[in-house]
Design a protein around this ligand. Structure first.
Ligand SMILES: [Fe+2]
Length: 400
C-alpha cells in the first residue's frame, strides 16, 4: 500500500477488483518504460554514479561490418528508391522515407568540367609537392579543406548558383533539414581509382553519443562529378536505416548492429552532375571502384548551428596562442575529437598552420617546395610510413 498517495474519495475496491486495477497499472507502466530509452533503474530508485559521459557511439559498433559484406546490390534495381529529381516535394518525401534524395542536373556539364579541372590540378599538385592525403595503397586521394583551394570550391560550399545550378534548391532543402543558420562542417574532394574507396560503415553523426535525437544533426551533400555505380565506385547505403515511420531512430543503444547492417547495403547509382543529400543518421560507407579510371566527387557536410562552442575561442585566443598550454589548447578545440576539429584532414596533431596549404597548380611548380606545416606533422609521418606512399615528403618534427 502506497501511503504517499493522497486520500481518495473513490469507492473501496474488493480484492478481485484491486488486483485487476493493479494489473492494468503495471501494464500501463511497462508501456511507458518501453518508450523510455533511458531506463537504467527500477521505478523509484535513483542511480548515484554519473554515467552520462560513457554512452556508446555507433561509430565503433559498425567497425569491420563493411569488410564482412555479402553481395552489394544496386539502388537502380529498386524502383521505389529515390530517383534523381528537381521536384522539391518528391525530394522531401524521398529524404524522409529513405534518408537520402538525389537532385537531378544539380550542375551543368560546364560546371562539372570546371570543378573537375580545379580538383584534378590541385590533387596532382599536392601529390607532386609531397603533401597529398593518399590512402588505399595509392588508389584513393582525399583533397581536404577545399576553401583555400579555389573560388569555385568556395562558391560550391556556400551553395552559389554559379558553381552548381541546383545549389539554391539544395540550400532550400538544407534549411528544412537543419533549420536556419546551419554551418559548413567540412568540404573536401575525393578521387577514387580502381581498387580504392572502401570505407567502414558509419553514420555521419556516429561520434554523437546514443541515443540520438529524432532528427539529423548533420547533412552531407555528395556532388557527383563522374558516374556513381557498383563498378565505377559508389557510396554504399542502407536505405531507410535512419528512422521508422513514427520518427523513432533505428540505430539506438539496443540495436544489434551487425545483424542490422549485414547483407542490406546497396551501391548508389547516380549520373554525373547529380548530387545526393544524406540524413546523417543514414548508414553508409565509401564503396570500392573495380573499373579502371577515376571516380570524382566533392563531399560537403553541413551541421546544425548549435553544434559549436559558445565563444569562438580559436579566434579569440589567436593573438595569445603562444601563451596557451596544451591542456588549454585542447579545451578551446585545437585538437580533434574523433573526426571533428581537423586541420587539412589531420586529426593526429592539428595546429594553427604557419605555412598553410592553399591553391596549388601544376602551372606554378615553384610553389611546391614551401615548408608547409603539413610536412612536419605526425599525420604526415604516419602517411609516409606506408611503403607504397611516394606522395608525402615528411621532414621530421618542426623545430620551435
Ligand atoms: Fe560518411
Amino acid at each position: 500500500m502506497n501511503t504517499d498517495r493522497p486520500v481518495s474519495t473513490a469507492p473501496h475496491l474488493d480484492m478481485e477488483h484491486e488486483i485487476a486495477e493493479l494489473r492494468a497499472e503495471i501494464a500501463h507502466l511497462r508501456a511507458r518504460l518501453a518508450q523510455n530509452p533511458n531506463r537504467d533503474t527500477k521505478d523509484g530508485e535513483w542511480p548515484t554514479e554519473i554515467t552520462y559521459g560513457q554512452q556508446m557511439r555507433s561509430l565503433t559498433q559498425f567497425a569491420g561490418v563493411s569488410k564482412d559484406l555479402d553481395a552489394i546490390g544496386r539502388t537502380s534495381d529498386h524502383p521505389k528508391l529515390p530517383q534523381p529529381s528537381r521536384e522539391q516535394a518528391q525530394l522531401e518525401a524521398d529524404f524522409i522515407r529513405w534518408g537520402y534524395c538525389l537532385v537531378a542536373d544539380a550542375m551543368t556539364s560546364e560546371q562539372v568540367d570546371a570543378l573537375v579541372e580545379r580538383l584534378l590540378d590541385q590533387a596532382e599538385a599536392e601529390r607532386t609537392a609531397g603533401i597529398a592525403h593518399v590512402t588505399h595503397e595509392g588508389t584513393t586521394q582525399f583533397v581536404p579543406n577545399l576553401l583555400p583551394k579555389g573560388q569555385i570550391f568556395r562558391d560550391l560550399a556556400s551553395l552559389e548558383e554559379n558553381a552548381a545550378v541546383g545549389a539554391p534548391l539544395v540550400e532550400t532543402l538544407l534549411r528544412k533539414i537543419l533549420g536556419e543558420d546551419f554551418y559548413l562542417a567540412t568540404a573536401h574532394g575525393s578521387i577514387v581509382q580502381q581498387g580504392g574507396g572502401i570505407q567502414e560503415l558509419h553514420q555521419d553523426q556516429g561520434f554523437v553519443p546514443l541515443p540520438h535525437p529524432p532528427y539529423p544533426l548533420y547533412s552531407l551533400i555528395i556532388w557527383g562529378f563522374s558516374p556513381f555505380s557498383l563498378e565505377e565506385g559508389a557510396t554504399y547505403l542502407l536505405p531507410g536505416s535512419h528512422r521508422a515511420p513514427d520518427g523513432a531512430n533505428l540505430v539506438h543503444p539496443d540495436t544489434d548492429f551487425k545483424a542490422f547492417a549485414r547483407g542490406k547495403l546497396l551501391a548508389l547509382d547516380m549520373p554525373p552532375g547529380s548530387c545526393a543529400i544524406l540524413d546523417s543518421r543514414l548508414l553508409h560507407s565509401g564503396g570500392e571502384r573495380t573499373a579502371p579510371g577515376k571516380r570524382l566527387a566533392s563531399r560537403v557536410l553541413y551541421c546544425r548551428g548549435m553544434m559549436r562552442q559558445q565563444e569562438n575561442l580559436i579566434a579569440c585566443a589567436d593573438p595569445i596562442l603562444d601563451q596557451l598550454s596544451p591542456k588549454l589548447k585542447r579545451l578551446i578545440g585545437y585538437y580533434s575529437y574523433y573526426s571533428l576539429g581537423m586541420i587539412d584532414g589531420n586529426r593526429s596533431d592539428p595546429a594553427k598552420p604557419k605555412v598553410p596549404i592553399g591553391e596549388l597548380s601544376m602551372s606554378r611548380p615553384e610553389e611546391f617546395e614551401q615548408d608547409f606545416d603539413f610536412r612536419h606533422t605526425e599525420f604526415a609521418r604516419e602517411l609516409a610510413e606506408n611503403e607504397w606512399n611516394e606522395w608525402v615528403d615528411y621532414r621530421g618534427p618542426e623545430q620551435e
